[in-house]
Design a protein around this ligand. Structure first.
Ligand SMILES: *[C@@H]1O[C@H](CO)[C@@H](O)[C@H](O)[C@H]1NC(C)=O
Ligand SMILES: *[C@@H]1O[C@H](CO)[C@@H](O)[C@H](O)[C@H]1NC(C)=O
Ligand SMILES: *[C@@H]1O[C@H](CO)[C@@H](O)[C@H](O)[C@H]1NC(C)=O
Ligand SMILES: *[C@@H]1O[C@H](CO)[C@@H](O)[C@H](O)[C@H]1NC(C)=O
Ligand SMILES: *[C@@H]1O[C@H](CO)[C@@H](O)[C@H](O)[C@H]1NC(C)=O
Ligand SMILES: *[C@@H]1O[C@H](CO)[C@@H](O)[C@H](O)[C@H]1NC(C)=O
Ligand SMILES: CC(=O)N[C@H]1CO[C@H](CO)[C@@H](O)[C@@H]1O
Length: 797
């Protein structure tokens, strides 16, 4: 009943919203939306990283947006991903999970604001930072600088997106949800490298954006100093360009232009992950601390990057070497589950800060320094006398006992902020977590239905092993210039003559610019290597006469960050490729005649798609054992979808490296063979002290990613097909489908407070393993009774 009531209210509001424009204004203390002075909590959810959900619900996104709202957010933010929308020049795609217009409509239906970060350079650990690779291959182009060819392409794309937004009435000025739009991204970090042309470019960006006439402010992020032309231009036309701050903490950030509010467009909630790296974790206490410090220092808008990270489906992950999971340790996990206690702790923080919204957005601040890292910031409304305080302790070790003027005593734990309603009552402390901790588990289905039987077919590489290419050049070309990134794979093939027996034990050296290399000589794989840029060196036995050399170069996500990142080479790119015999005679093959072939035969035959003719006919279950562990094999199996609604993952333990598809939909690259370093996870995670991405690591000595998200929207009720392309050699016999759910929960609450516990997803609490009213010790999963414990604690629960 209650839900229905809420729905009615929302749709009534919607009608009102649609009919009238909403003005978005600002001053240094507030965003002023429809005349109301606001603090904004926003969170990033990227539409291509979430997915449509089957069985009636529109989008997983719909669910995610609702969870964002429940978590106390006012706004949802997304980038726009140029290379996803325009994979081929002037051929656009806005279908399925690329339907960003629908995404913003869902945001609006949830009653939230939207923030459009248009880029179109987005970084985002996304392939090539969001740029289509065809851009790179236009003659005379230079990206992210004052170059007419590039600016023309950028303008065409930006205008297209803005026009689509206008047509769908998405801007607040049209009654839509979008209150802010961003042009470029973190250019301030790299502008120096582009010198005068960088300054000219950033000015052009501001002018081009302002000329789009969207009726809401444009922002630039990570751009502290505003070149004068932008500001004067912007002020004159009212479409001010704000400059915001990204990082783990932003309370010391001061916009150079003091007329604009402080905004924190990327307060990193965690960190992304690379193949071979451990799992990062940013404690909820520290994230809450950085947010509270930011509002203490007069912050107006914060955007969590990410609020929900999601999954890098297909070949969208950047890097190189960004994993398929983009979980980010965000408040909503990769699959959309609440990441507790982070989600709930932030929810409480948001509502605590909102208590002070009126005073914070229209009051004056004074700060009293107590020493030893302790500061009290008091916001006062001079007319009403209303007050709101932040009492912060940035000491990393010692808690502080502070006596305020009125005689109230507050104990503030180390590295924490207490939020004091009316300046006399602690309504929240960032280090006191009273939200449950949820421990997620993966559940295997019962053996009967879970058993998978496999079929296989080899990737037919006979043609490339004997040097059959598509074209020939006397040069080792840069990889993405050849492939335009239509595939991860590029074959470089040549043949050469050697005389005499000294070549029987020779050495092959190949210099690669990344990321994976397989070397075949006379039809045999002699070795492989991976890395950013590396020197492959392997013994090789050559025979007198003609020998064939085939090098397969594989990319694992194109670079997405840094000055001139777009020019970072991939593949063999000039080599050199050199042979040395046992008498130290060398042959440099770099300017031999090289033949090229882009992609795999299986890709051309669409083996990943169970409906394609090749895929239907080519797989066989005979002699499977012989092909276990062999490189360059396709595997196929059928399975039943796990019952229920819990998120589904496929455990690819045992597989090497490759790509996986469910019913023809890519679930991304896999690489369970990439094991993380076994050191560095031991230390206890202490939330105190400055966070960085090397703190609080877990998953040492394990596959960097073992489980891969299988969106339920990709699954049918009855038969489903999983197809794997295995590049290095792996064993599919351990592969299994599992569901992700809350396994156990822990919580800690002090006397007089209320605690809510939830198992999520329709589960019930089946057992209480530990309860102690007293001073229990330890952490979730390993509690012990302390020196004081009430006997009947469990039975009361
Ligand atoms: C903000 O405060 C000033 C006085 O400090 C008051 O005149 C004004 O009405 C307030 N504005 C709002 C929107 O509360
Ligand atoms: C090398 O390739 C040629 C075709 O280009 C083929 O005829 C020959 O048998 C191959 N040699 C070896 C040793 O594989
Ligand atoms: C092999 O020997 C022949 C004849 O002596 C010579 O013409 C040729 O250049 C030699 N090739 C190599 C790779 O040394
Ligand atoms: C081989 O040649 C390199 C330089 O061309 C030299 O540094 C090296 O010592 C030589 N090795 C032998 C075994 O002669
Ligand atoms: C599902 O698979 C079974 C066994 O492979 C087959 O008999 C059945 O026809 C399939 N059903 C559909 C709907 O494809
Ligand atoms: C429970 O919370 C209190 C107050 O925040 C804290 O002092 C205590 O250490 C916590 N206990 C456990 C077991 O985490
Ligand atoms: C990668 C990156 O930009 N890291 C920054 C995160 O934020 C901290 C503090 O703001 C900076 O010191 C880092 O350089």
């Amino acid at each position: 009943m209650w839900n229905i009531w809420i729905l009615v209210i929302c749709s009534t509001l919607l009608c009102l919203c649609r009919s009238s424009a909403i003005e978005v204004d600002y001053d240094p203390k507030a965003l002023i939306i429809d005349g109301q002075r606001k603090l904004i909590f926003s969170g990033a959810i990227h539409y291509p990283r979430s997915t449509p959900v089957a069985h009636g619900i529109d989008f997983l996104t719909h669910y995610l947006i609702q969870k964002a709202k429940d978590g106390g957010l006012d706004a949802v933010e997304t980038y726009i991903f140029w290379n996803a929308h325009e994979p081929i020049r002037r051929q656009y795609n806005f279908e399925g999970n690329l339907d960003f217009v629908k995404f913003f409509k869902l945001v609006q239906e949830a009653g939230l604001h939207g923030i459009l970060r248009l880029g179109p350079y987005v970084c985002a650990e996304w392939n090539y930072g969001g740029f289509p690779v065809w851009l790179n291959n236009i003659e005379g182009i230079e990206l992210r600088t004052d170059n007419e060819i590039y600016k023309n392409e950028m303008r065409i794309f930006v205008t297209k997106i803005v026009d689509m937004c206008k047509e769908a009435k998405l801007f607040a000025s049209q009654g839509g949800p979008i209150i802010l739009a961003q042009i470029e991204n973190e250019y301030g970090n790299v502008m120096w490298a582009y010198k005068d042309k960088g300054v000219a470019y950033v000015n052009w960006c501001a002018e081009m954006a302002a000329a789009q006439n969207i009726g809401v402010p444009w922002i630039m992020c990570q751009q502290q100093s505003a070149p004068p032309p932008i500001v004067s231009f912007a002020v004159f036309f009212f479409f001010i360009v704000f400059f915001t701050c990204n990082g783990f903490y932003c309370h010391t950030f001061k916009p150079k232009n003091t007329l604009i509010p402080k905004m924190f467009t990327e307060n990193w909630t965690g960190w992304f992950k690379k193949w071979g790296q451990k799992d990062p974790h940013r404690p909820a206490e520290d994230l809450a601390y950085s947010v509270a410090r930011f509002f203490q220092a007069g912050g107006v808008l914060i955007n969590y990057y990410m609020y929900h990270g999601g999954t890098n489906f297909g070949r969208t992950s950047g890097g190189p070497f960004i994993t398929t999971s983009y979980d980010y340790d965000a408040p909503l996990d990769e699959f959309g589950n609440l990441n507790q206690p982070k989600w709930g702790h932030l929810k409480q923080l948001h509502s605590a800060i909102k208590v002070g919204e009126r005073v914070l957005t229209n009051g004056t601040a004074t700060t009293k320094v107590y020493g030893n890292g302790v500061e009290l910031t008091t916001y006062t409304n001079s007319i009403t006398g209303e007050r709101f305080c932040f009492l912060s302790n940035n000491n990393q070790i010692e808690e502080a006992t502070v006596v305020l003027e009125e005689g109230n005593i507050f104990v503030v734990p180390a590295w924490s902020v207490s939020i004091l309603g009316g300046c006399n009552k602690e309504i929240f402390n960032t280090a006191k977590v009273s939200t449950q901790t949820s421990i997620m588990v993966k559940k295997q289905m019962d053996d009967e239905t879970a058993k998978l039987s496999w079929m296989w077919t080899p990737e037919t590489i006979k043609d490339t092993l004997v040097g059959q290419g598509i074209f020939t050049v006397r040069q080792l070309l840069e990889q993405k210039r050849v492939t335009s990134d239509v595939s991860d794979y590029l074959w470089y093939m040549t043949s050469f003559d050697v005389n005499g027996t000294s070549w029987k034990d020779a050495t092959l050296s190949v210099k690669s610019s990344g990321q994976v290399l397989y070397a075949y000589v006379n039809g045999h794989l002699i070795g492989s290597q991976s890395g950013y840029a590396f020197q492959f060196k392997n013994p090789v036995s050559l025979m007198p006469g003609t020998n064939n050399l085939t090098l397969l170069s594989v990319t694992v996500g194109l670079q997405n960050y840094g000055q001139f990142f777009d020019k970072g080479p991939e593949g063999l790119n000039g080599g050199p490729v050199v042979l040395t015999d046992n008498k130290n005679v060398t042959i440099d093959l770099s300017s031999n005649t090289w033949k090229y072939k882009i992609g795999l035969n299986g890709e051309a035959e669409r083996l990943h798609d169970p409906k394609s003719p090749h895929s239907r006919l080519q797989f066989s279950s005979e002699f499977l054992e012989l092909f276990i562990g062999m490189p360059m094999v396709w595997y196929k199996t059928e399975f039943k979808a796990p019952p229920g609604t819990d998120p589904v993952v496929v455990d690819l333990q045992g597989m090497g490296k490759g790509h996986a598809w469910i019913n023809g939909n890519s679930i991304g690259r896999f690489w369970p063979a990439r094991i993380t370093d076994s050191n560095g996870c031991g230390t206890e995670c202490d939330y105190r002290g400055k966070y960085n991405e090397r703190k609080c690591l877990s998953n040492c000595g394990n596959p960097s990613q073992r489980w891969y998200h299988v969106p339920r929207s990709f699954l049918n009720d009855d038969n489903n097909t999983l197809i794997l392309f295995e590049e290095m050699g792996g064993n599919p016999s351990q592969v299994s489908f599992q569901t992700v759910t809350v396994g156990s929960i822990c919580a800690n609450v002090s006397e007089g407070n209320t605690l809510e516990l939830s198992c999520q997803g329709g589960q019930t609490i089946s057992q209480i393993k530990f309860a102690s009213f007293g001073d229990p010790q330890g952490k979730c999963g390993s509690f012990q009774k302390g020196s004081c414990d009430a006997d009947l604690s469990i039975s009361y629960l």
